[in-house]
Design a protein around this ligand. Sequence first.
Ligand code: UDP
Length: 264
Amino acid sequence: MDFLKPRYTPMNRRRRIYEGKAKVLYEGPEPGTLIQHFKDDATAFNAKKHEVIDGKGVLNNRISEFLFQHLNDIGVPTHFIRRLNMREQLIREVEIIPLEVVVRNVAAGSLATRLGLEEGTQLPRSIIEFYYKNDALNDPMVSEEHITAFGWATPQEIDDIMALAIRVNDFLSGLFLGVGIRLVDFKMETGRLWEGDLMRIVVADEISPDSCRLWDIKSADKLDKDRFRKDLGGLIEAYTEVAKRLGIMSENEKVQTGGPRLVQ
Ligand code: UDP
């Protein structure tokens, strides 16, 4: 009597478009949309270090939603449409430009190492750097020359990307300063959004403590992924602190873990 047995129906029938280190992209409900799912995986040093940190995806989904919604509200175009649930958001499908755009205000990380600067030194002005998105090559730093010569973006697109990066940096720096956090640096990604024959460059991917360096202004405590990279512990507490300061989570709230899970 086979028909009496409970039948297992997988929850997740959506087509998986792409799986990255910390996120999965699924086909969206309408053409031109995708669903971006935030996993709990933390990776560093080109995935040589890996851990699953319960609740990280939920926090990044909320923090990234907050930042992208504000960017949309001030007229900085992004791929973000709306958050769907604890771990997922609806986004516009874009053609990702294969560059990591890093904006720096304060010396830290690879810049401090490369140029022998003391971590925490205020830079003379904000600096924009480009890295070619390629795991096999360890995301090498590239210049505008490489970008145009290899056709990853046109000179006009580079101008648009830099203008976007400066607007995002100014907005985020002010927003975080208002809640006692120093935006040391961050990484953003951009994509081409096609609307009929028209194309514009928009901010894509995520902006979260995974992709920013955020230091408490008073104590200089790290409230970002460096807690994982440097084995400092307390990553969830740090991300929760960011969410609370931004007013996303209430003072006594704890991040709910669980929620929609990936069905492997
Ligand atoms: N970053 C990122 N993804 C990367 C590399 C860097 O989100 O693959 C972010 C990082 O969190 C920091 C900024 O970009 O906020 C600058 O990182 P840096 O070049 O100093 O590299 P790292 O020290 O992280 O290797």
